[in-house]
Design a protein around this ligand. Sequence first.
Ligand SMILES: *Cc1c(COP(=O)(O)O)cnc(C)c1O
Length: 415
Amino acid sequence: MEIQREERERLLKELLAGRFPDAAGRFGPFGGRYVPETLMAAVTRLEEGVRTTLRSPEFERQLAAELRDWVGRPTALTHAPELGRRWGAEVYLKREDLAHTGAHKINNAIGQALLAKQLGAKRIVAETGAGQHGVASAAACARVGLPCTVYMGAVDVARQAPNVDRMRRLGATVVAVESGDQTLRAAIDEAIRDWVSDPEGTYYLIGSAIGPHPYPYLVRELQAVIGREARAQLLERGGLPDAVFACVGGGSNAIGLFHAFLGDRDVRLIGVEAGGRGTALGDHSATLSAGRPGVLHGNYSMLLYDDDGLIHETHSVSAGLDYPGVGPEHAFLKAIGRVDYVTASDDEALAALDECCEAEGILPALESSHALAGAKRWAKENPGARILVGLSGRGDKDMPILAQYPSRKENRDVA
Ligand SMILES: *Cc1c(COP(=O)(O)O)cnc(C)c1O
């Protein structure tokens, strides 16, 4: 989507002034609310609830207390001197891997669970792909005392057995979805169907900055704590970065990290999508880099679909990036040129994961390793830069997948 230069400048100013999403829930042409008539009342009620509750002193106090005492915030900002030496840069890592349940997803889950409680919901439904959002939702629902049903594609249930056990132990009901592609997209469809059947008593706890308005806004507000903390921590330690990197699946950790820096015009913001194993449709999940505009799961954004308009299956070594859509605010930030989006391949992410382990003693999630790979490439082209990388989660969950890819150390041990 081409937007003229002067128009881009005007839209960025409006964004910085807080005018997006607008009253229709749009970020420029993107976003909005494409839901069946049966859900319109629920979505409108949620928007009203978000408006009155999110900024109320009581809710802010509750959320701040949970983030501090239960999630473990603020998360650390870690200087990474050995990665810096190797890359020719000064590297800092924002450590969402240290948050409760192992990733940034908990910031959103506990925020929405508290909101649901305030709005009088009786039960919560959520979707999950690899299980990370399901685990975060199950934990948050246990914490606030609401029953939780998690929809998960049957294929994912089979390949993510440990996370299914974690969700069940945390008290959630896990429903294996046998329809559609039997992965994340089908799980979202099913969660929405459940919500439609009881929009009064059920709250849909969405896992990324996607879905109909007000979800992309709500999730961004709940994740923006990442960037607020990181920006303040960097200012205490010598100043703003030259560039900030985050991986982009649905886009929640990236929008959360980027938002505090949008007004810092000298700070480059770079989202890294999953380049997978190649550039053909079906071999990657690079929605912004290779997609086209369209409607999926209630909003208008960039998507991966074929020439017949059918949503296409995606591929990434990291399950959390394996989604054919992306949050509408990212589509907007790309269109106005404030954020650049690049890709990192499966192989680059795997190498970056090993390098981070070796150099800093930190096992990052495969998703986060895409951000590291993108940062490394940029650092080589921009020597001496000060770089912030969002480490969205820890890699312990990825051990079964990593077993298929021996580390360089194991290779050396064999040789
Ligand atoms: C789910 C997940 C992601 C991708 O989701 P976003 O909404 O794009 O942030 C990234 N990193 C980790 C560790 C995840 O669990």
